[in-house]
Design a protein around this ligand. Structure first.
Ligand SMILES: [Zn+2]
Length: 487
């Protein structure tokens, strides 16, 4: 990783400091595989592949690969078929379902394509899956990914936030708003339009109905409209789905030769049957205002009404609309050091001054609870109540903070949240199961609201959107729909 990062930084430095004429002389002038036009690129194909390979290792490590070999093979088979019919069949194409609940798909230069497990419940058939894969393949074949990476350097991919309960090297480093998600490469409007068009073209060449592309874009537009949760998803990298549905229509009319083209609905549904939906107990689950982590065997309650975000590196909670946060992460504990030493050294390292501190027992777990003051980017001077908690061999940091002048108003809630930390028994841990995708045939009188209320695991609106409906349409009797059940 270090090597690739260095490479990215060097390229950026070159770009910024060397005169334009010199850049032209140094940069390869490559032929765009899609347009056939010569274009300036700072990345050769070999560099593109090397870059993709290194970033791929990072993605796999930090997001994780979804554990379902049959599903992986199914997605890779469709991806390979599309890639072989694309403008760059010779690249070492690679298709992976990553273990993430956000609705997302992304591409790295060199032919590395990813979809999240979270996108799968929102796809309705193979044609839509082929459309998503075709669209991402197009970002590679048209060299959007390479060009963006040339501009951004590897640092621009910013996968830094993932890796929950991998000890953070620097506490609070990534806290401000956007840092709670994953930053991916962003494409411009024109790149998106081109990828939509090529995605339809590739899908159609592969024998799938190219209408899968605009259909999935409609789903995204609905998610977009509904989603105020701020979860990073496809939309943060693929703007304006509603406009793109409209723009795709004339292109579709030219490409579509739907005679004999496939939707592959039942084949697709069979593949996604029983997949994990939402958070996975392996990485900790959010249930209401509780956070429970079965493998690490603990639970706690965040303040009522706060928004909880669970990423591999940390769990954070925020009072909506306020600069009041809580944060939970695993911290490094050098051998032989007491938790009090760990706490004071960590705080000193980020220049937080202790105001008070004492040892405490949180429902049987040893903790050092202190109040500190220091600076945080975007927040200015903050006051923080922080507990360093011993959990077996590990140490967690559980902290709440706000700008100094506001802290008194949240301290009680923060203190209560810290006090709610408790170890889970093996039995409690075993009882926490992931939610899974299942199917249901709609009966007379069913509504999304009624179906959603039965399990109370998914919102009625999400259920409608997952099944390709607008939120104001009700399911038809006899429809086989996707539902979410307790595992
Ligand atoms: Zn895109």
């Amino acid at each position: 990783m270090a090597h690739a990062l260095q490479h990215g930084i060097n390229m950026r430095a070159t770009h910024a400091t060397v005169s334009f004429a010199l850049v032209i002389a140094l940069a390869a002038c490559a032929t765009n595989p899609v347009t056939g036009k010569k274009e300036l690129t700072l990345m050769s194909e070999a560099e593109e592949i090397a870059y993709g390979q290194q970033a791929d290792a990072e993605v796999r490590r930090e997001m994780g690969v979804y554990d379902d070999p049959q599903l992986q093979r199914y997605v890779a088979d469709i991806g390979d078929r599309l890639a072989q019919l694309s403008h760059r069949p010779h690249l070492p194409w690679n298709f992976t379902v990553v273990n993430h609940q956000a609705i997302n798909a992304f591409a790295l230069p060199g032919g590395y394509i990813y979809i999240t497990r979270g996108i799968l419940p929102y796809l309705n058939d193979e044609a839509e899956l082929a459309g998503v894969l075709g669209h991402e393949i197009a970002h590679v074949t048209a060299r959007h990914a390479a060009q963006q990476s040339t501009r951004a350097g590897l640092g621009g991919i910013g996968l830094a936030v993932l890796g929950i309960f991998v000890p953070a090297t620097q506490p609070f480093a990534d806290l401000t708003s956007a840092a709670l998600g994953v930053a991916f490469l962003k494409y411009g409007r024109d790149d998106e339009r081109e990828s939509d068009r090529l995605g339809m073209e590739y899908a159609s060449r592969g024998g799938w109905d190219p209408a899968g592309v605009p259909q999935f874009l409609s789903t995204l537009a609905r998610v977009n409209e509904l989603d105020a949760r701020g979860v990073p998803n496809w939309l943060s990298t693929h703007p304006d789905p509603a406009a793109r549905v409209i723009e795709a229509q004339p292109v579709l009319a030219k490409i579509a030769s739907p005679s004999g083209s496939e939707r592959g609905r039942s084949r697709f549904l069979e593949q996604i049957d029983n997949i994990v939906v939402g958070d996975n107990p392996e990485e900790g689950v959010v249930r209401g205002n509780s956070f429970l982590h079965p493998p690490l065997r603990f639970a706690l309650e965040f303040p009522d009404g706060w928004e909880i975000t669970n990423t591999p590196e940390q769990v954070s909670a925020q009072e909506p609309g306020q600069k009041r946060y809580m944060l939970l992460q695993l911290v490094d504990r050098p051998q032989g050091r007491t938790i009090q030493e760990v706490a004071l050294r960590a705080m000193a390292a980020v220049q937080f001054k202790p105001i008070e501190g004492r040892m405490a027992s949180l429902n049987g777990a040893d903790a050092f609870v202190g109040v500190y003051q220091g600076q945080l980017e975007g927040l200015g001077v903050v006051t923080m109540r922080a507990a360093y908690i011993q959990n077996g061999r590990q140490v967690f940091l559980l902290a709440g903070f706000a700008p100094r002048e506001e802290f008194a108003r949240v301290d009680r809630e923060v203190d209560a949240a810290i006090g709610s930390y408790r170890p889970l028994t093996q039995r409690e841990a075993d009882d926490i199961r992931p939610n899974r995708l299942d199917f249901y045939t709609v009966r007379q009188g069913d509504t999304w609201q009624a179906i959603a209320a039965r399990g109370n695991l998914v919102r009625a609106n999400d259920l409608a959107i997952m099944n390709g409906y607008a939120v104001n349409e009700q399911p038809k009797v006899g429809d086989r729909i996707k539902i979410v059940t307790e595992g």
